[in-house]
Write a protein that binds this ligand. Structure first.
Ligand code: ARG
Length: 489
């Protein structure tokens, strides 16, 4: 449709190479809505007549219900929609739709509208997963388990503490999306190809009709920049990396060696050959798809880093990385939420793991510190205790008084007193006395659960408000144009 300056048509393979049609179906509806807002604005500013606007809007409205064919000769969805509007509304009216805009402001408008919706969906999904984690934390606030560093037992902890740690990481993801939304929710429409237009358009008006909070004001910036895409996909890769850590923990914990968790049958797969297998494929795919999203982020940044300002066709390839990223992020959050809700936590196994290890050591050392022993010395004493216990295959509480005596290098502490401290330091007692802010201490769990419950509510309210703002704007636009279409009919 645009090739009057050029001689001849593109051959089939070249067109296929050039065309983004198959990637554009994801933004077709946004493109129609953007075109409708643009047409309404052209009418309101007397750039086109009411009859022309009505014809264009009627054609666009019909297109909302039609399926587009990939086989068209158009280079992209913008060309396809415009050519279909011209077909339906005639050259006279339809030919005026593209007045005072360009595919360059159009494509980035569509991407912004799509990402805006995807962010709201992701925020809703994150709200759900975080709420599930908080509910589970409430349920498991007395479930004792070992905490790990280097995948070796480190300290006695609570399962609720672990769940709240995932929740806090996801809160940061939620906040990242929440803040990014503000930068995405600005309208580039009306920037034209790069330098604006002499036609008296009203950019504020189209922005308002489409529910945007403001403009990407500078027309060069509006058409050249995709940093908002890099930011969005970057947020998705960080989110996926957090989910991947959770997935990795759960994969390890659901091995028969650990058996801390049992995943519901609905979230596992079996083997084609080994009938006994119950594999955590869903969790493995979270890890695998995380790699894919990180790849998309790399693709976007690599695309952008060498481009000069202004629209360059390289930018077309950026879209290819956005849609699957959204799909992966949303579907991962949905499955993780269901998986969390249906998994079985083996509290007995978690407790037994403590009894088989020495994760109580630091608590014993701290009890010695409370008796006035310098920490470095108490560290040394408990280190010896662990060495003797490990060599004789005993737990610390199984050590005899004479074995305890061997570990005391000087007269700083009485062996009997040390023995008493070892006997009285239990996982339960250490969690009762653990009190630093954010620790595994029982009181801290209660406090953090109550605090996070309040915090998530604010995001739920905010996300709902934003979704409604976009919906109300689009509904307003649709009812405005329906009046025009109806009056005509
Ligand atoms: N299909 C293009 C894209 O997705 C649309 C913009 C094309 N603009 C241009 N001047 N060639 O990025």
């Amino acid at each position: 449709m645009y090739r009057s300056r050029l001689e001849g048509k593109l051959d089939k393979h070249t067109l296929e190479f050039l065309s983004s049609i198959s990637d554009d179906f994801q933004i077709a509806l946004y493109d129609i809505l953007g075109s409708q807002a643009h047409t309404m604005m052209l009418l309101e500013n007397k750039i086109i007549t009411k009859s022309e606007a009505t014809k264009i809007l009627t054609a666009l409205e019909k297109l909302k219900k039609e399926e587009f064919s990939e086989k068209s000769e158009a280079e992209d969805i913008h060309e396809l929609i415009e050519s279909l509007v011209i077909k339906k509304a005639g050259k006279e009216a339809g030919g005026k739709m593209h007045t005072a805009r360009s595919r360059n402001d159009q494509v980035t408008l569509d991407i912004r509208m799509k990402i805006r919706d995807d962010i709201n969906i992701i925020c809703f999904c994150l709200n759900e997963v975080i709420s599930t984690l908080i509910q589970l934390a409430e349920k498991y606030q007395n479930t004792i388990m070992p905490l790990y560093t280097h995948l070796q037992q480190a300290q006695v902890g609570l399962f609720s503490h672990f769940l709240l740690a995932y929740a806090d990481a996801l809160f940061r993801d939620l906040d990242r999306f929440y803040v990014t939304y503000g930068r995405v929710n600005e309208s580039p429409l009306g920037a034209g190809p790069v330098g604006g237009t002499s036609i008296p358009i009203d950019r504020q008006s189209t922005a308002k009709m489409l529910g945007f909070k403001g403009l990407v004001e500078n027309s060069i910036d509006a058409t050249s920049s995709r940093d908002f895409v890099a930011e969005y996909v970057g947020n998705c890769s960080i989110l996926m990396t957090n989910l991947s850590r959770m997935a990795e923990d759960f994969i390890i914990w659901s091995t028969s060696e650990f058996s801390f968790l049992e995943l519901s049958d609905k979230f596992t797969s079996t083997s084609s050959v080994m009938p006994q297998k119950k594999n955590p494929d869903i969790l493995e795919l979270i890890r695998g798809k995380t790699a894919q999203v990180i790849g998309y982020q790399m693709a976007i940044l690599s695309n952008l880093k060498g481009l000069p300002s202004g629209y360059n066709r390289d930018l077309q390839q950026i879209k290819v990385s956005i849609w699957p990223t959204s799909k992966i992020a949303i579907s991962s959050l949905l499955v993780v939420n269901s998986l969390l809700k249906t998994m079985n936590v083996n509290e007995k196994k978690l407790r037994q793991a403590i009894d088989r290890g020495f994760s109580i050591s630091l608590d014993i050392a701290e009890n010695l510190v409370r008796k006035g022993i310098p920490f470095r010395l108490s560290h040394k004493i408990v280190g010896h205790l662990v060495q003797i216990a490990a060599n004789s295959k005993k737990s610390l509480s199984q050590l005899s008084l004479s074995e305890v005596k061997e570990t005391i290098p000087s007269k700083e502490i009485d062996a009997k007193e040390l023995y008493k401290i070892i006997q009285s330091t239990t996982p339960e007692s250490s969690l009762d006395t653990r009190r630093s802010q954010g620790s595994s201490g029982k009181h801290e769990q209660q406090r953090m659960i109550a605090d996070r419950k309040k915090k998530i509510q604010a995001y739920v309210i905010g996300t709902t408000k934003r979704t409604n703002e976009v919906r109300t704007a689009i509904q307003g636009l649709e009812s405005k144009l329906k009046v025009l279409i109806k009056n005509k009919a």
